[in-house]
Write a protein that binds this ligand. Structure first.
Ligand SMILES: *Cc1c(COP(=O)(O)O)cnc(C)c1O
Length: 414
């Protein structure tokens, strides 16, 4: 153990804690990551660290795929090491080819744009609306050209997008394929059916800030047997991550639990940081922010991650219900303070991964007010159009507003 490093970690964190204590501020606040890992998940991670010989056993992954498909109401599911790779599988499965055009929201994660660019596909950005941050159907038609093959629609912050059915109808009218980005909305429903089952193909994420958490992970689903056959083709040629990656990911479960969930994380977080901090995985590398394909891109899911995913799946409905309850509290806060709450479209049941609100730009730039007034840390996802990359997107004025003004509240508070 590196003593100097330990002293540095404890020194800076506990100095901050002493300051909070003296100012009667809370030592622990809700985490910006998912907070759905519990001691049972931790136990599973520890067991799998000792079962290296089973890491590439495909049966547990197949079991997770079957159970996810059943829970989601989808015919077919394929599990990968991230949502972005699941999206790459969707792109392959739709038969999109270099120089085809695809329309995607000008307010998304950079890894979404990357997945298309890695496949040589031309990305056209379209604007969002500011009620649910989904694609604005009224602005979409102008972006369609003879080269357009598909559109990507999303359900951000766990909301169901406002123009859901009109978007599907418009795509059908022009014979375009529909990819649903459900990375932030696993479990949200429309007319009692889970989002991701209305387009041609969809993907979900279990990255550590999403609805369920395996640190990194993703699933692609479809209800179309031909698309499923192509997803399977992609899946079968996808490599496995190497053992050192899997080892790190399991240690990240331990780090995440003690730093983001344990009630005494104000000091236990430092202990695990000293022990395992050098194993930390980051979700999006600097290279990815610049649009460069990382060397380990494209892997399918492995057994230990599927074991955690299976356990997380059992708890999704419980945590999503908690999120909806907290959303009521933030809705009341908005109404009291004169802010407009996000819209819950008719027949939809959002899951509120985070609770987004448009506030004054100053309040997004300096979020200390939230800690002082509410004892929470605010999320500021999308400080740029292609989060978290500074790469620019032009011609999407509503997205410009969201970039400057949309903050988000946590919906799991303990
Ligand atoms: C997180 C996220 C992704 C990518 O998922 P990963 O599992 O991190 O690859 C895609 N789209 C949206 C909207 C996301 O929030």
């Amino acid at each position: 153990m590196n003593v100097l490093r330990a002293i540095k970690i404890i020194g800076s964190n506990q100095k901050a804690n002493l300051f909070k204590l003296l100012n009667h501020k809370p030592l622990t606040v809700p985490s910006l990551t998912s907070m759905t890992l519990d001691t049972d998940d931790l136990q599973i991670a520890r067991e799998w660290l000792l079962k290296k010989e089973e890491w590439y056993n495909p049966n547990i992954v197949a079991q997770f795929e079957t159970e996810f498909a059943r829970w989601n109401g989808s015919q077919y599911a394929f599990a990968f090491m991230s949502g972005r790779v699941a999206l790459s599988a969707c792109i392959y499965a739709l038969g999109l080819e270099p120089d085809d055009e695809v329309i995607i929201p000008g307010y998304t994660c950079v890894v979404v744009a990357n997945a298309f660019q890695f496949a040589g596909i031309k990305v056209i950005y379209t604007d969002i609306e500011l009620e649910t941050y989904g694609v604005d159907v009224n602005k979409l038609e102008d972006k369609i050209t003879p080269e357009t093959r598909a559109i990507l629609i999303h359900h951000l912050y766990g909301l169901v997008c406002r123009d859901y059915m009109p978007l599907i109808s418009l795509a059908r009218k022009y014979n375009l394929k529909i990819i649903e980005d459900c990375a932030q909305a696993t479990g949200a429903t429309f007319r009692g059916i889970k989002v991701g089952n209305f387009g041609d193909v969809a993907f979900y994420s279990s990255e550590q800030s999403k609805v369920f958490n395996t640190i990194q992970g993703g699933v692609a689903v479809t209800n179309d047997s031909q698309i499923a056959a192509k997803l399977r083709e992609f899946y079968e040629q996808a490599p496995y991550p190497d053992a050192s990656w899997i080892d790190k990911q399991l240690y990240n479960i331990i780090l995440n639990y003690y730093q983001c969930k344990h009630p005494q994380r104000w000091w236990l977080g430092d202990v695990v940081e000293i022990l395992y901090g050098d194993k930390r995985l980051i979700s999006t590398t600097k290279d990815e922010e610049q649009g460069i394909r990382p060397p380990n891109y494209g892997c399918k899911m492995v057994a230990p991650i599927a074991a955690i995913a299976l356990n997380q799946l059992k708890k999704i409905d419980h945590y999503n219900e908690k999120r909806r309850q907290t959303a009521n509290k933030w809705k009341a806060w908005c109404e009291n303070r004169g802010y407009k709450p996000p819209v819950c479209p008719a027949d939809s049941q959002p899951i509120y991964l985070r609770y987004p609100v448009l506030v004054e730009p100053e309040k997004k730039q300096d979020t200390s007010w939230a800690f002082n007034e509410l004892g929470i840390k605010l999320g500021v996802w999308f400080v740029s159009h292609l989060h978290p990359s500074p790469r620019k997107v032009e011609g999407c004025p509503a997205a410009d507003v969201a970039v400057k003004q949309c903050i988000n509240f946590p919906t799991l508070l303990d």
